[in-house]
Design a protein around this ligand. Sequence first.
Ligand SMILES: Nc1ncnc2c1ncn2[C@@H]1O[C@H](COP(=O)(O)OP(=O)(O)OP(=O)(O)O)[C@@H](O)[C@H]1O
Ligand SMILES: O=C(O)[C@@H](O)C(=O)CO
Length: 421
Amino acid sequence: MLLGCIADDLTGATDLSLMLTKEGLRTVQSTGVPGRDLNLDGVDALVIALKSRSIQAGEAVTQSIEAAHALQALGAQRLLFKYCSTFDSTDKGNIGPVTEALLDLVGGETIACPAFPQAGRTIYAGQLFVNGVPLSESPMKDHPLNPMHDSDLRRVLGRQTSLPVGLVGYEDVEAGPEGVRSALAREKAAGCRIAIIDVLTDRHLRDIGAATAHLSLITGGSGIAMGLPAAYLAAGLIERLTPPRRVMAAPVGRAAILAGSCSAATRQQVATAIAAGLPTFQLDTARLAEVSQSVADVLSWVDRQTGVEPILIYSSADPDLVRETQARLGRDAAGRMIEEMLAGTARGLLERGFTRLLVAGGETSGAVVQGLGARSLSIGPEIDPGVPWTRTLDGPDMALALKSGNFGTTDFFLKAWAQLS
Ligand SMILES: Nc1ncnc2c1ncn2[C@@H]1O[C@H](COP(=O)(O)OP(=O)(O)OP(=O)(O)O)[C@@H](O)[C@H]1O
Ligand SMILES: O=C(O)[C@@H](O)C(=O)CO
């Protein structure tokens, strides 16, 4: 195993695993530090999914360092810290504190680059854009857990770490791998151990991969992994690139969608699924305090759905309703209750013979997968950029698509099933 990755949420981990798989690394994903029984024969990259994006910074650092030690013990020669392509964080962290702690562990310097042009995330002059809109004016301004109100990544990261943050700008990156290398040396000489990197295109990402494959630590979104496999091959660190799969065998059983993301993309996907006539159940956020009662209500509705089409259960709501619920219950408590409800529902679905699940939202996916008792996943075909099908390697045998809130086309909930055989 060459590359050890730490992702701060579960859908982010699948996003990264997909990128590595597509680019030719044999990749396995584990929820939390893997047990000794995880078979890593023939595996080039291991991605450890944490649920550390929105927890206390000190706890995120502890968990990330534990994961890093485990990866190093398994032979990882390089580390990659994966966070959200919209740089989801607050002034307290957790991107800055975790990066700083990992740098202390491995030494040297690193880059910070959430860019993912295929999903509309680009960086220019250190400013992050989402589909051409500055981050702070994008739907991320209304995120339920970490609203993003500043698009300047040097400023955002600068508030989270005491390390000076530099910039490798567009002209440097346009000049190719050599331009990136000399800009990194320039930033290092100026005392910056972390540099934001501008990215507008996939070619930039591939050039950055070629220029940074030697670093002990890389940090960013899944895009930053795009150029690494080819660079590792060129450097003789792996023997070959392995082509990805196009379809995935899935266990026989019924299909359901659980959506806990309130992102603009997920809300559109929910609306499209409703318009297409999928059976749908909307969680009643007014009754959140009665979690077990609500799970029973959902499951009794499930028992009345006898068709073969996928069913949709969702809590996704517009920003106004989310704010109202949070004002009543508190942000974290509301989030936790909904996650518990969806996790309880997932267990009930499994007991009822559902084996194919599509889950929308990183925190939601973390809760659901934990509720199901699955720990490690093999990576199947890409549904849309950033979202693969996966199949459990332990726990109940299931096909799972864990969708980052903001990813996927509007018909995602309808089309995803076609890649399962
Ligand atoms: N109606 C609602 N009111 C308040 N909170 C909600 C509501 N529906 C969902 N939530 C909570 O909002 C949070 C959404 O986070 P989640 O990570 O699942 O989605 P996301 O942030 O859109 O996706 P990603 O992290 O992949 O970008 C969860 O904690 C969820 O329980
Ligand atoms: O990078 C992204 O946008 C996603 O992989 C993610 O982390 C959302 O939770």
